[in-house]
Write a protein that binds this ligand. Structure first.
Ligand code: 13P
Length: 256
């Protein structure tokens, strides 16, 4: 089964307006638009950087896609500080990360919230990147498969197969995020395979085989090759290494 890889950069709470434009331009300058036939490239800057980053790529006719890092499930109304799917679509944003471990841990985002957000994105014609991943304590207790697969079950509850096909799952073990400690290709592959088995149980094998599953956690040009060579790893969700144009574009090249 050949799935088009995705290299997605999660800029987290980094880069002000001017810095975001410089980074987007530096990425664009280093890219060959021909590569985008072979790999989907997505950047997820902070909300206020979405429009200027989009403008840079549009001006260069470089089909790098735009993702947000969060969304609210309501369409509009009295939700101070929140952003809706319609607002994201309006600035040309087609993707959105949901359920990142930082939001689950620091902002109290629950499995139910993740499910609501994924459903709202699908209803708006957008593509969720659903993050799942276990803590070190869960891994030490050897309960990681059960924990992560339960997150997948909860995130996709009530989402039909036809919609799930456009969704992406990102396996990000919390102990590997921003720590420099990457999961080995074998550890990452084992979990991504377990996630695909879960998706096949929820839906069917054909749907699961079409869905893309990413790895995230201290991924960089030095360790990408081994991870991307795994059968069930269809790309990466990159944090730190996405903040540098050279390393991000090297990751794109590694996925070609
Ligand atoms: P790092 O690549 O910095 O470990 O971050 C991974 C991540 O959380 C991407 O969403």
């Amino acid at each position: 089964m050949s799935r088009k890889p995705i290299i997605a950069g999660n800029w987290k709470m980094n880069k002000n307006y001017g810095e975001a434009v410089v980074l987007a331009q530096s990425i664009s300058n280093r890219m060959d638009d021909f590569w985008l036939n072979k790999v989907d490239v997505v950047v997820c800057p902070p909300f206020i950087d979405l429009k200027p980053v989009k403008t840079v790529f549009e001006f260069d006719r470089m089909d790098v896609e735009l993702g947000a890092q969060n969304v609210h499930w309501e369409e509009a109304g009295a939700f101070t500080g929140e952003i809706s799917t319609g607002m994201l679509k309006n600035v040309g944003c087609d993707w959105c990360i949901v359920g990142h471990s930082e939001r689950r841990t620091l902002m109290g985002e629950t499995n139910e919230d993740v499910n609501r957000k994924a459903k709202a994105l699908i209803a708006a014609g957008m593509k969720p990147i659903v993050c799942v991943g276990e803590s070190l304590a869960v891994r030490d207790a050897e309960a990681q498969d059960e924990f992560v697969c339960a997150q997948v079950d909860a995130a996709f509850a009530g989402i039909p197969a036809a919609s799930a096909k456009s969704c992406v799952v990102a396996y990000e073990p919390i102990w590997a995020i921003g720590t420099g400690r990457t999961a080995t290709p074998e550890q990452a592959e084992a979990m991504c395979a377990a996630i695909r088995t879960t998706l096949a149980r929820i839906y069917d094998q054909e749907t699961a085989d079409q869905m893309r599953i990413l790895y995230g956690g201290s991924m960089n040009p030095g360790n990408a090759e081994g991870l991307l060579a795994q059968e069930n790893i269809d790309g990466g969700l990159i944090g730190g290494a996405a903040l540098d144009a050279d390393s991000f574009v090297d990751l794109v090249k590694a996925a070609l």
